[in-house]
Design a protein around this ligand. Structure first.
Ligand SMILES: [Zn+2]
Length: 109
């Protein structure tokens, strides 16, 4: 799964081939980490000539504070390199922001 290591620049500690998404809810600010298994969640897409043109990942994510549903959509090319990503109802954050935010939450009683 070397393409995933390239995709995430080797910064990912997990070596399970999974895609990790970190998002922040646009309404309440809660942060959510989702683990996606590309073998199950990446949908192949085909072009006009029935050739594989790429993959699409659609994931619905719910935070545990206001329970609003967010919808992530990420496009990959045929070699599973990420082309674009969007998130309805929230924003993507980095793993760093997620970890720091969690620490800050723990410090509050
Ligand atoms: Zn929320």
């Amino acid at each position: 799964m070397s393409f995933l290591r390239r995709l995430f620049g080797g910064g990912q500690r997990d070596n399970d081939g999974a895609i990790h998404l970190y998002v922040r809810c646009g309404r309440c600010g809660a942060m959510v980490h989702v683990r996606v298994d590309p073998r199950n969640d990446l949908l192949p897409e085909y072009g006009d000539s029935d050739d594989l043109s790429g993959y699409r990942l659609v994931k619905e994510i719910m935070d545990s504070r206001c329970f609003r549903l967010m919808r992530a959509e990420i496009a990959y090319d045929a070699r599973r390199r990420e082309l674009s990503r969007m998130l309805e109802g929230g924003a993507f954050i980095t793993r760093d922001e997620y970890e720091k935010g969690r620490e800050a939450q723990r410090e509050r009683p």
